[in-house]
Design a protein around this ligand. Sequence first.
Ligand code: BGC
Length: 762
Amino acid sequence: MTEPSASDLTLEEKASLTSGADFWTTKAIERIGLPSIMMTDGPHGLRKQSGGTDHLGLASSVPATCFPPAVGIGSSFDPELIERVGAAIGVEAAIEDVAIVLGPGINIKRSPLCGRNFEYFSEDPIVSGVLGAASVRGVQSQGVGTSLKHFAANNQEFDRMRASSDVDPRPLYEIYLRGFERVVKDAQPWTVMCSYNRINGVYASEDPWLLTQVLRDDWGFDGLVVSDWGAVNDRVAGVAAGLDLEMPSSGGRTDAQLVAAVRAGDLAESVLDTAAARAIDLVRKAGERPAVPGPLDVDAHHALAREAAGRSIVLLKNDGDVLPLAEGQKIAVIGAFATEPRFQGAGSSLINPTRVDKALDELRAVGGDDVSYAAGYSVAGGAVAASGRSDDDLRAEAVATASAADVAVVFLGLPAAEESEGFDREHIDLPADQLAVLDAVIEANPATVVVLSNGGVVALPFAGRVPAIVETWLLGQAGGGAVADVLYGAVNPSGKLTETVPVRLEDNPSFGNFPGEFGHVRYGEGVLVGYRWYDAKGLDVTFPFGHGLSYTTFSYGEASVSVAADGDIVVRVDVTNTGARDGREVVQVYVAPVASAVQRAPRELKAFSSVALAAGETRTVELVVRRQDLAYWDVRVDRFIVESGEYTVEVAASSRDIRSSSTVSVEGDVVSLPLTMNSSIGDVVAHPVAGPIAMAALGGLMDGLTGADSSAASMMPNDEAMEKMMASFPIGRLIGFPGVDVTYEQIEQLLAGANAGVLAQS
Ligand code: BGC
């Protein structure tokens, strides 16, 4: 049989092919031999529902390995690890005959309050883009497609199906779209999922600028655009804008609208042909994957989940080397999370795990009877109701347990009900009853280690009062084992923060502009998102972006920095493991222009590398900063522009632990804007053609204006001040000013000559 093609289809069939058959599958058209394919969530494992269907993780799904969600695995800063996990998810999808896994989600963590931050990688677009691309590569290496989501500027859950993210062009391109661009260009996801929200007033699902101009024309995306589940506002407008597939099924209602629109001449049939052809192409691609019989190697995938979880853990603080714990030490484990682990977020990404490790069991597997336990609090809050014991009773037991131990390990975290898809948090505090237990334990035993389980950043008011803090985020089903690995030192922690831990929520750049009002959220902080803001404002943070400790130490040599023939910046630096344990360091490169025409953050992460180093080993690490990543979005010409000049290149262990700094000279892009009568004198003087002529002609003007009898000049402190004032003076308005010996026609001639690129003869 020949390949199915859109040209074989009737108008009705084409319309029907561009919406789902049900909640998870596309429509088959037997007449042309086109099968149906299945998509399921994602992203950190497979959520294939076999019975009831929903997008909120309510109905059950087949057991699958729950790997660490993006908030965890992102901390590894390691694309190779994420690719391996992606490949494992691809295998599980193939065994279940799932064609597309709905992920990764790479939206920027604009506010720590976003209920879905656990599903996203970072507050930085390069981290999100590089790690998102790795995830796509991994899954797709198994012949299973991905859906890069949620495109775009979907950074909150509040009113997510209607709110308009009102974002200026610079932050939109430089922060919110940059990661998507990276993934599309580097990894070619089979599909992109448009988000629910509006962007500057237009629904993402019906925005031709987003779905066609940016995604396809500018970035070269040639896959299929699928709607988020229920994101279609106006199907006809959506298809015209570049939306190929509506999910889930509309029961034929919106298919009929498409047919009617084509018949009425409101929608070109060729547009529908294109969408249908993309749907067919997707099914064809999925059909190329050979069947994978299974069964799933549950143990092997659990082991990978444990490895990934170990790499996700961030050691925030470790004064006096209280960690790792030593066998033989008496350890008091306090906190119900040690027995009731919080290992993933709620909503559409909820995986039904093949098994779940508990930290207490895993710690006892190493420390045996030396590990005692007290619940301390109830995970769901409301201790009396949950356990039949009062807060006071639980706390007293915790204090007694901690007092009798060498080290107290206190598990704290956010209850599942506090962070989920579909709504945002209202604060970043840990539950008060948990903090009260911690206070009591610290008093009883100052050798207290805090182990955190949370999908979004929490405030750490106790950071100065405990010697050690371990941020485990959400670690997936093998998190309990990974925590034991790190606490007892079988795994040397190497994760680093992909988001800032602020002192107070009020310090966050989106504070006051989140989650917006009356259907609009203004991204008022502009490009200064996350660490860019804290650095620009010189604010203290509890732990900075990029921070994370190890049980060993690393020293950095002087970096050598050069510009390659293609304009990329190549950074080479020797990194040495100076301690006694093998370990991993995430080497980071931050770049900023020394001077810029536009607002810039003091530093922006542009490259990173996770490097394994044996004790005592030195390795030369090479990192490449892509020239294009230096660019800002220039609103005058609507494109990315790399500025010429000196750039500071910092090699760092965190955004606030810079180990080596140098400058490099970059040849930038030329922005040629036509000069007009409204161009400033500064612009004209800076122009390569008009500048020298203007200087000659206007030099006398400055002299005239700064002469002793000029009243304007007498108010000016010096020539420099006068020059500054004149720099923004529109050249066309000079005529008639005292001392100006230039005619309107001469200026016209000067500008015309400059614009024509030839020297005007005066
Ligand atoms: C979520 C998507 C998810 C889809 C299907 C939506 O509510 O936003 O991320 O893939 O449901 O479950």
